[in-house]
Structure formats: C-alpha cells, structure tokens
Unconditional design. Structure first.
Length: 127
C-alpha cells in the first residue's frame, strides 16, 4: 500500500518522530495554563451577574467544562454531602474575582482554592 510508506527517510524521519514524541509528551497542564482566570471570568460574566443560570451557562458552553469540573471534584471527594451545585460554582468564581493577578492559570487557581477549603475537600465549607 503506497499510502503507508514513510514520506521522509533518514534524518528527516527521525527528527519528525522526535518532534512528535516531544509534542505528545507535553504535560496537559501546559495546555491548560493558556486559559487564565481573566478569560474564565469573562466567559462566566453572565453567570456571575445573575443574568444567566448555572444550567444556562453550562448549556451555552460558557465556562461549562470548569463548572462541571468544580462540581465533579466536590461530589467525588465529598460523596456524602449534599452540595448545592450553583453555590459551589458561584463561590469559586467569586474567589477568582478577588485574586490579584488574573493571568493565573484558571485550572491552577481553582484547584488551589478548592483544596484549601475543607477537610473533606473544598466547597462544602465555603463561607
């Protein structure tokens, strides 16, 4: 099958393989760091203002993976607690608004905040 033959040979083939391996081995955190708290807060602005519900923000795709990630982390770590999803997400986002540097990676800021909140984990005790 001619379409299975390598296009590059010798040094070019090896360089291509090395480049592919380097890209594949990049930590996913390097990709997540691109998305700052500033960008997240901008996307979640209607939710923070109260002009959009939590489910509305999730369904429209605005900050949806972060909303789901926050809630999943809490319910996974604190399975016996009845956690109000809306309250958890809003309190986490409000905390992000208070951060002095909005260029902080959103994933890192959320993780640090939730990890400091309670014995069981996060937001169950956010006041």
């Amino acid at each position: 099958m001619p379409w299975l033959k390598p296009v590059a040979t010798g040094k070019k083939k090896i360089a291509g393989l090395i480049f592919s391996m380097v890209v594949a081995l990049q930590p996913t955190s390097a990709l997540a760091e691109v998305f700052s708290t500033e960008k997240l807060l901008h996307q979640c602005q209607p939710l923070l203002e109260g002009s959009q519900s939590l489910m509305g923000a999730f369904q429209s795709g605005q900050c949806s993976s972060y909303i789901l990630g926050i809630y999943d982390l809490v319910s996974e770590q604190c399975p016996r607690l009845d956690v109000n999803r809306n309250e958890v997400v809003l309190k986490t986002l409000r905390h992000l608004q208070k951060l002095p540097r909005h260029k902080t990676p959103a994933v890192l800021a959320i993780d640090q905040f939730l990890s400091r909140q309670a014995r069981c984990l996060p937001v169950a005790s956010i006041h």
